[in-house]
Design a protein around this ligand. Structure first.
Ligand SMILES: [Zn+2]
Length: 258
């Protein structure tokens, strides 16, 4: 799946699971986490960026190009160690990314910001990075500096509106990363065997597109990455993500207060 498509599917999956706003009497999400509208929006930003994280193992992926020299060097390093669609495309990686988010959301390190007061550093940085990656992938902002400026603005806004990040932030990272894995699972290349690093390979005569000789699995309903079916699905997801974001924004109290 392409970078922008991973990003928007992360947004849509988050809104479907955590969204609670309704339009014309119909609830647009499952409201599984019982979050405030501002927390839903903050989580949407995080899930969008987190849905790019597994491709940190691919030097030419969107995430590699998004952060300039830093992400290029990082993706090259991860790629040389893990290979593409290897370790970072596993359930174990989803657990590791989520554990890092749990850690970030609970680190007690704070900094004094004018107008905002004491702000937790780690969640702001995480939102900044993931927002910069997500908005770049969705082509909402271009350039080397602007995505980071927008990201930092989002990070500070989140610190103001949704400072209790311990619940929604790790959940948004988990949903974003898992959505990426599902997106790649739906293409012909597939993802590593679910119990990776314990890989069960099929006997040669049983190997096929669903359970490949390498042990990778796929449910290639979308065909090859970037197919017309993938575009169609992601066009629908973009409409859903846009609509749910607008109704959630409308449900967010204004003027906004901490
Ligand atoms: Zn991928």
């Amino acid at each position: 799946m392409m970078g922008g498509h991973h990003a928007i599917s992360g947004t849509a999956a988050w809104m479907a699971l955590a969204g609670s706003a309704s339009v014309m009497g119909h609830v647009t999400g499952a409201d599984l986490l019982d979050l405030e509208p501002a927390q839903v929006l903050a989580g949407a930003v995080v899930a969008t960026g987190a849905a790019l994280l597994p491709d940190i193992d691919h030097p030419s992926a969107t995430i590699s190009r998004s952060g300039g020299g830093i992400t290029k060097a990082l993706t090259r390093a991860v790629s040389s160690v893990a290979g593409h669609r290897g370790a970072t495309h596993t359930l174990l990686a989803a657990v590791a990314f989520t554990a890092l988010a749990v850690l970030a959301s609970r680190l007690p390190m704070t900094v004094a910001v004018p107008l905002l007061g004491e702000v937790l550093v780690a969640p702001v940085l995480l939102v900044t990075v993931l927002c910069a990656l997500g908005t770049r992938a969705l082509k909402m902002v271009e350039g080397a500096v602007l995505p980071w400026a927008v990201g930092l603005g989002a990070g500070l806004l989140v610190a103001l509106l949704a400072p209790e990040a311990a619940r929604w932030l790790p959940a948004a990272v988990a949903i974003g990363v898992l959505t990426h894995l599902i997106g790649d699972l739906l293409t012909t290349d597939g993802i590593p065997f679910p119990t990776w690093p314990l890989v069960v390979k099929p006997p040669t005569r049983l190997a096929n597109g669903l359970w490949q000789r390498s042990g990778d699995i796929a449910v290639p309903l979308l065909g090859d990455a970037g197919s017309a079916r993938e575009w169609l699905l992601c066009t629908v997801l973009t409409g859903y993500a846009g609509l749910t974001t607008i109704v959630t924004l409308a449900a967010t109290p204004w003027p906004l207060s901490p």
